[in-house]
Design a protein around this ligand. Structure first.
Ligand SMILES: CC(C)(COP(=O)(O)OP(=O)(O)OC[C@H]1O[C@@H](n2cnc3c(N)ncnc32)[C@H](O)[C@@H]1OP(=O)(O)O)[C@@H](O)C(=O)NCCC(=O)NCCS
Length: 183
């Protein structure tokens, strides 16, 4: 299933490779003795993203049967449902990778860093299809942070651990607390 997706859409493969390289660059725990092979084999954040990327391919390009495969990959591999994720987005890091939920219409930019228990969710109110957050390139989302609704977190912004973000965060700003305030 993976090989077929990579052959049909080589950008996917490049993106998975970038995710692995980026992990090695930014995660202090990955910089130790283990090589890229270690990150590839043992980092579930890398596996979850690869599943999401391949699921995105099947969802977008393989008709009705593809949608079933996409759902299967999502339920087996992760709670990352960003099926419309751009195949060229690269260098995303999901550290510890437990409890991360990325809603269907979320967009996550290049080199975004997510800790465990991050939720990019809908508010649960309203009927809009496009209901999830858009995260700018290079943003950092701390452990247990929750971003709700179709709002933008700007490039290079920082979301504190345990923050609840329900309003846009301008590029480069830090948001802390529940509900979040800008530092
Ligand atoms: C947001 C963060 C990056 C801020 O770091 P910083 O720029 O050094 O900021 P400071 O520690 O100087 O704190 C600035 C203010 O924000 C508050 N603050 C910092 N982090 C906060 C948090 N997670 N929740 C609520 N308030 C927080 C501080 O109490 C301080 O408030 P004050 O000005 O009223 O005294 C950092 O605290 C954080 O939450 N990082 C996430 C790390 C993480 O997820 N780790 C998991 C590892 S497994």
């Amino acid at each position: 299933v993976f090989l077929s997706a990579f052959r049909a859409e080589p950008d996917l493969c490049t993106s998975v490779a970038s995710d692995i390289l980026r992990f090695k660059e930014v995660d202090p725990a990955a910089r130790g003795g283990q090589g890229l092979l270690g990150v590839y084999l043992f980092y579930k954040g890398v596996h979850a993203l690869a599943c999401a990327r391949v699921a995105g391919h099947y969802w977008r390009r393989r008709g009705e049967a593809g949608k079933l495969i996409a759902r299967l990959l999502q339920s087996e591999g992760s709670d990352i449902a960003a099926r419309h994720a751009q195949p060229r987005t690269a260098g995303i890091t999901i550290d510890h990778a437990t409890g991360v939920v990325i809603g269907e219409t979320s967009v996550v930019g290049d080199n975004v860093y997510l800790m465990h228990d991050v939720t990019l969710g809908a508010t649960g109110t309203g009927n809009a299809h496009d209901r999830h957050p858009k995260i700018g390139a290079g943003a950092f989302l701390g452990a247990k942070s929750t971003v709700l609704g179709n709002i933008h977190v700007g490039e290079g912004a920082t979301i504190a651990a345990s923050a609840l973000v329900n309003k846009p965060v301008p590029p480069g700003y830090t948001a802390v607390g529940v509900p979040a305030r800008l530092l």
